[in-house]
Design a protein around this ligand. Structure first.
Ligand code: MN
Length: 206
């Protein structure tokens, strides 16, 4: 999937994640913010047909090789495009509410327990200064790690594969949580679909 990029469907209703994420936030976040990143990414790529076959992920992996005049636009808007596509998918309702199988083993191995992963990622995402993301990533040998990035930067540009990400831009939580980012992050764990995260982990390590 490449240029022109299209806003991916949510796959569930705007109110499906309530009470943890309210419907109005989802409407604006998906319909306005993600649509905006999508439009801006397409505008940046329009005059670069050589890049039209690249997926969003490929663009972020190869950020350093992009033409100077569009590198920042692709970093911000390609990041916005890819980050939110992952975000909607891992929040899909109805899946496992905790990790199982190889992902559970990997989490226990890396962090000790799911609760310790939540504490670590919650702390990292909670203290991310300004806008950004908290991530659970898989490295080249499948090793899991927690990290944070500013703005719409994605771990793919650092050689890591994100399998779960939490958006800590104010647009992700302000209507419901105002300045209480830690409360939003705590509630957010309730809507993580661990089946999707497990699939992401399997794809990252195959
Ligand atoms: Mn966002």
């Amino acid at each position: 999937m490449g240029y022109p990029f299209e806003l991916p469907a949510l796959g569930y209703d705007h109110d499906a994640l309530e009470p943890h994420i309210d419907a109005r936030t989802m409407e604006i976040h998906h319909g306005k913010h993600h649509q905006g990143y999508t439009n801006n990414l397409n505008a940046a790529l329009e005059k670069y047909p050589d890049l039209h076959s690249h997926s969003g992920e490929q663009l972020l992996v190869g950020l350093a090789d992009l033409p100077d005049e569009i590198r920042t636009a692709v970093r911000n808007n390609g990041g916005g495009y890819v980050n939110h596509t992952l975000f909607w998918a891992i929040m899909a309702p109805g899946g496992a509410n905790e990790p199982t199988g190889k992902l559970a083993e990997a989490i226990d191995g890396a962090f000790g327990s799911l609760d310790e992963l939540k504490t670590s990622l919650g702390a990292t995402a909670g203290k991310q200064f300004g806008s950004g993301w908290g991530w659970l990533t898989a490295g080249p040998s499948g090793d899991l790690a927690v990290s944070g990035t500013p703005n719409q930067d994605n771990p793919l540009s650092e050689g890591l594969i994100p399998i779960l990400g939490v958006d800590v831009w104010e647009h992700a939580y302000y209507l419901n949580y105002q300045n209480r980012r830690p409360d939003y992050i705590s509630a957010w764990w309730n809507v993580v679909n661990w089946d999707v995260v497990a699939t992401n982990y399997a794809n990252a390590t195959e």
